[in-house]
Design a binder for this molecule. Structure first.
Ligand SMILES: NC(=O)c1ccc[n+]([C@@H]2O[C@H](COP(=O)([O-])OP(=O)(O)OC[C@H]3O[C@@H](n4cnc5c(N)ncnc54)[C@H](O)[C@@H]3O)[C@@H](O)[C@H]2O)c1
Length: 146
């Protein structure tokens, strides 16, 4: 498949395992350099680490709930790989969710902090650069008849 994203830099949150790891693998196979932000900084094992002598994926320890950590990780990844063009807000948790009667306020707050606020922090950190480089989808939207 050629999605037309070769050479782009992609960020995948929660990419150290499972669905995020699969996302990172596909993006690497499409020719992207991939930054993985995860509580576990180890980049996934089951995908090419190098292409043509260049490392294609790097892991960055980052808790997406913390805006300062996100800002630091974005700055470091940008220095290592280049400006981020693609953002996959995958980091999330579902294991705390139960029936309403069994859900504690702390579990509810944790879900909101990771799944919602985490996506907000990451998107807010990378979106201005994407927009500057006109890689935010707005040009495609403008072409839409609607
Ligand atoms: N697996 C499913 O069936 C399913 C179904 C619906 C939605 N989802 C959603 O898809 C996403 C991925 O699911 P998964 O099954 O691959 O999850 P997973 O638990 O296997 O992996 C999640 C990854 O996110 C990381 N992570 C968790 N909290 C983080 C934080 N605060 N900061 C940075 N990284 C953090 C973890 O370390 C882990 O590597 C989640 O958002 C989940 O809610 C999954």
């Amino acid at each position: 498949m050629d999605l037309g994203i070769r050479g782009r830099v992609a960020l995948v949150t929660g990419g150290a395992r499972s669905l995020g790891q699969a996302d990172a693998s596909v993006l690497a196979a499409e020719g992207c350099r991939v930054a993985i932000f995860d509580l576990n900084a180890r980049a996934p094992r089951r995908r090419p680490r190098h292409r043509g002598g260049r490392r294609v994926a790097r892991g960055y320890g980052c808790d997406v709930r913390e805006s300062a950590q996100v800002a630091d990780a974005v700055a470091t990844a940008t220095r290592d790989l280049g400006p981020i063009d693609i953002c996959v807000n995958n980091a999330g948790i579902i294991f705390t969710m139960a029936q309403l009667k069994d859900t504690s306020d702390a579990d509810w707050e944790l879900n909101l902090a990771v799944n919602l606020t985490g996506s907000y922090h990451v998107t807010k950190a990378v979106f201005p650069g994407m927009r500057e480089r006109r890689w935010d989808g707005s040009s495609a939207w403008r072409r839409s008849p609607d």
